[in-house]
Write a protein of this length. Structure first.
Length: 126
């Protein structure tokens, strides 16, 4: 149970900071947006909003499961930006290529952490 709580704190921190960053540091998010996504600025704001909502909801037992599914879906969608960066590393010369490669399996790990931390807590039976 402690590991789930630690996972929730990590998820909360990750998505809360990320969500705020979408509104404060908009330009880097626009830069990684795949060109086939319409209305990139709107999408940056929408994804930031849902990151903030998911971050707060993951800490609530009532909303935790829904937040988990939403954050897993959001993470899968945001992975499109990571793929875009990997396909066009020349657009991101300040980021080492190996880091662009490592980000993809880290997305899978993040999804697993979200899934694990958002499952209902098991009550102990004697």
């Amino acid at each position: 149970m402690r590991s789930k709580f630690a996972g929730r704190l990590f998820i909360f921190s990750w998505f809360f900071i990320g969500g705020i960053s979408h509104f404060v540091f908009t330009v880097p998010f626009l830069k990684i947006m795949p060109p086939y996504i319409p209305y990139p600025l709107v999408m940056v704001y929408i994804s930031g909003f849902f990151e903030l909502v998911g971050a707060c909801a993951i800490m609530s037992a009532r909303w935790r499961s829904a937040a988990g599914y939403g954050l897993m879906l959001l993470t899968m969608i945001v992975t499109l930006a990571n793929v875009q960066m990997l396909q066009h590393p020349e657009l991101f010369p300040d980021i080492p290529y190996w880091l662009l490669v490592v980000r993809l399996p880290l997305q899978a790990l993040l999804i697993w952490i979200i899934w694990r931390a958002s499952r209902p807590d098991q009550t102990r039976r004697s």
